[in-house]
Design a protein around this ligand. Structure first.
Ligand SMILES: Cc1cc2nc3c(=O)[nH]c(=O)nc-3n(C[C@H](O)[C@H](O)[C@H](O)COP(=O)(O)OP(=O)(O)OC[C@H]3O[C@@H](n4cnc5c(N)ncnc54)[C@H](O)[C@@H]3O)c2cc1C
Length: 408
């Protein structure tokens, strides 16, 4: 595998860097200087939908700049408003954005739902939902998990009963992230309780302002509102919002989970946190805060650095598979584990080196090191090994599909 850019890729990378230098709003430059976003409440969608006038304006300005280049959805085909970039170009774009802490826009509608509609949606669904999602008018939450259905997702029970040209939904979803800042939801619902469990599920799109939907916040131990419980009481959804065939929604949902697997942004983010910690420890103040722990932390930080290099190479492997026209399989599980565990380890190493100063939670407090990034990430990164499919499940995938071990 050749790690270097071809001349065409180098030219594309230079173009992306120039674009970022000219277009990235000042707000995101400041966030980058502080070490990156402070948890899920500082992501693009939160600021665009829930932010104050200033943050909303920066989010809108960045959306407009990306839209002008068709880079809101670099992976979508041109005819649907995407940029039709090759996997390697997408990778370069994401790599450069992550390096500058330039946020991706459009959330799960762009990363997950759009590509799924392109495969399974009707022409009318594509017309109705794709362009407004790119324009930042539709924001999508994902309604898959339920109280009794997470790892074993096919056990989901939330019912959708057909009534003429509508479905009537009753039940509950859990961990419906972003529902409080989204106006639409894509989800899987049980339409045939008598069928084998994978075969009685349908994939529906629903407007979150439909009567009968309620959203109840779940506040994380990092005091942030990223996810929710959602409840459905006689919620009526037109059958035109069924994606794919009735009772075949499991396969639609699985297409959706195939997207965004290289985790390159994670590799860069972890490296950025490490670099900022090392730079801090080199300052007089940082050295004073760490004291003798800096010496002890040396080997640990070197370990983290090596692990971040390994993660880069896992990400390159994924993109090389995609570039060859193949779909990464257990390899994506490897990067998911490596990325989520490294994020936790980097946060933990930072906590150890910063010692008592790492107890300061408030980024504005006078003695807080590095805007409390390590302290807060120590809490925020816990979800990474659970969300998106728990790491134990990823290990099962590696064991059975990657190593050919028997199912236990
Ligand atoms: C912050 C956060 C945000 C989320 N956002 C969303 C979202 O937006 N939309 C959505 O639909 N879902 C979301 N999820 C749900 C997430 O996908 C599930 O939490 C995850 O799949 C695990 O399911 P569970 O919580 O039911 O745990 P369980 O499946 O009950 O698992 C509990 C433990 O048992 C282990 N385990 C379970 N089965 C096996 C097995 N076969 N082999 C070995 N170990 C096993 C698991 O690894 C885990 O450690 C989110 C979760 C979190 C924490």
């Amino acid at each position: 595998m050749d790690w270097n850019d071809t001349p065409a890729q180098a030219a594309f990378r230079a173009d992306v860097r120039t674009f970022i230098a000219q277009q990235l709003p000042e707000r995101y430059r400041q966030i980058a200087e502080q070490g990156g976003p402070l948890g899920p409440e500082q992501d693009w969608q939160s600021e665009y939908v829930l932010g104050d006038a200033e943050t909303k304006q920066a989010a809108a300005q960045w959306l407009a700049a990306l839209a002008a280049r068709d880079w809101v959805a670099p992976h979508w085909p041109r005819e649907y408003g995407g940029a039709g970039l090759t996997p390697v170009e997408q990778f370069i774009l994401r790599q450069e954005f992550a390096r500058a802490a330039a946020p991706a826009v459009g959330g799960q509608g762009v990363t997950m739902l759009g590509p799924t509609l392109l495969v399974h949606g009707t022409d009318e669904q594509k017309r109705t939902f794709l362009a407004p999602t790119l324009r930042g008018e539709l924001h999508w939450a994902q309604g898959f998990s339920e109280p009794g259905a997470g790892s074993d997702l096919a056990s989901l029970q939330c019912r959708a009963v057909r009534d003429g040209d509508e479905y009537v939904i009753n039940g509950q979803k859990l961990w419906t992230s972003t529902a409080h800042k989204s106006n639409w939801l894509f989800g899987m619902f049980r339409t045939d309780p008598g069928a084998p469990k994978h075969r009685g599920i349908s994939f529906l799109l629903l407007n979150l302002s439909t009567p009968g939907v309620s959203v109840r916040p779940i506040i994380s131990m990092g005091f942030q509102h990223a996810t929710n419980e959602t409840f459905y009481e006689d919620v009526r959804v037109p059958t035109s919002q069924l994606v794919g065939e009735e009772n075949r929604g499991w396969y639609v949902g699985m297409t959706l989970l195939d997207y965004e697997r290289s985790n390159i942004a994670g590799a860069i983010e972890n490296r950025r946190y490490l670099d900022s910690l090392v730079a801090h420890l080199r300052t007089e103040r940082g050295a004073e805060q760490a004291g003798p722990r800096a010496r002890l932390g040396r080997l640990e930080l070197a370990e983290r650095y090596i692990e971040s290099e390994v993660l880069f190479n896992f990400s390159f492997r994924i993109i090389s598979i995609q570039g060859a026209g193949l779909v990464p399989n257990y390899e994506a599980s490897v990067t998911k584990i490596a990325n989520s565990e490294l994020a936790q380890k980097v946060a933990r190493s930072g906590m150890r080196v910063l010692g008592p100063y790492a107890n300061l939670w408030d980024p504005e407090e006078r003695y807080t090191p590095l805007g409390a990034r390590f302290t807060q990430n120590y809490c925020h990164t816990v979800l990474g090994t659970i969300g998106g499919g728990a790491n134990e499940i990823q290990r099962n995938i590696i064991a059975t599909r990657g190593l050919g071990l028997p199912r236990g």
